[in-house]
Design a binder for this molecule. Sequence first.
Ligand SMILES: Cc1cc2nc3c(=O)[nH]c(=O)nc-3n(C[C@H](O)[C@H](O)[C@H](O)COP(=O)(O)O)c2cc1C
Length: 455
Amino acid sequence: MSPTAGPRKQIHLAAHFPGVNNTTVWAAPPAGPTTAPGRDAARPPSFGSQIDFASFEHLARTAERGLFDFFFLAEGLRLREHKGRIHDLDVLGRPESLTVLAALAAVTERLGLAGTVSATFNEPYELARRLASLDHLSGGRAAWNVVTTSDAFTGENFRRGGFLDRADRYTRAAEFLATAREFWDSRADAGEPLPVDHRGAHFTVRGEFGVPRGPQGHPVIIQAGDSSEGREFAASAADVIFTRHSGLEAGRAFYADVKRRLPAYGRRPADLKIMPGVTYVLGDTPAEAQEHAAEIRRQQVSPQTALLTLEQVWGVDLSSYDPDGPLPDIDPDPHGELAQGRVRIADPRAVADRWRALSRAKGLSIRETVIETTGRQSFIGTPQDVARELEAFVQGDAADGFILVPHLTPGGLDPFVERVVPLLQERGAYRTEYTGTTLRSHLGLPDPARPVRKD
Ligand SMILES: Cc1cc2nc3c(=O)[nH]c(=O)nc-3n(C[C@H](O)[C@H](O)[C@H](O)COP(=O)(O)O)c2cc1C
């Protein structure tokens, strides 16, 4: 598709720090001018760890060099397990997101700083305070990805345990966010805080807020989740949706569905940005990019990983199967709990049927099927191909931008910033400098209205 005539929609970009997913391949950063300036000489970074600040710093500085809207961190509140053993990639653990972002605020100037924090296992006052503090410390760059973790396994780390069913997760998240906004709005001007008195199904709070209103008024709100409840919550209250859809047609359907929900909440289509999480592989020729992509997939899906992935769908032990052989013809156990702490697959039977049909049609082994079905290499090609395709998605209303998930951590964003960003700029679809200082201004979002003081 060629970009449409008339003013170009501007592409929004964010950088996801992966680290704990089996799609991550750890690597040394490229040497020379692409490494983070300033600090490296004094303290050579020990890359290759999701706990070492140097890794976060490298990715964030690269994203800022590429004039990205924001840096993005996911969250896991419990080490994932498989067959009762801690998942390999989790053993090292991962630091708490808002703490990492506060440290990154000191080594970046314009980049937005987005943290995923569960609305199920936190309290509105405490989180509103931490986010308002980050917004102050960063000069207006804070964002909160509101997730609704509810599995009982994760809940065991908390006093309440896994206490919410599916329907209540979003009612709590919506009330949580509304209560946090009451706190932020209670300090809408420089005067004394207004008292907050909230009584609802999930929270009853009375008090005053301890932090003045941040530079953005409210931090940018992101929602990640694909269900109808998730989409409705996003339409009513979020500024950005982080979605997994990656095909052009699926993307357009999702985009249209979400944007059509906005008027019911008095909102315009531009008030909610849709940013799928996507990967990319670059090569000097299309063939080289394809070859490189296939090589990355083989690294990501070892024979052991293939079986482990299959067990997560089937929910039963499949260790007697040959990863180079056919898929099991037994059906998945929908109540199987081999894997703990992951986002649940809604309908394992349907997934298994789909995988078996694909494997039969194409004659694929277990490992080949997993490689084919779990790949999220959305954009593969020369930098020109990738720039053209990214833009086609945005101009074709399948996305407003992308949350880029590099394969290589933390150096995998460097080639994108060096080779694709200039092409997007040449096409007139991407900024050539930051024009504002806050994340809201990067995203073209209005500041939330200041409530009028009634006293
Ligand atoms: C793209 C995406 C990213 C997510 N990231 C996280 C995360 O980092 N931590 C977390 O606890 N849940 C995460 N979730 C889970 C969601 O918050 C939610 O609990 C889950 O998707 C089920 O809700 P849904 O039915 O609305 O999709 C993510 C979901 C999606 C779709």
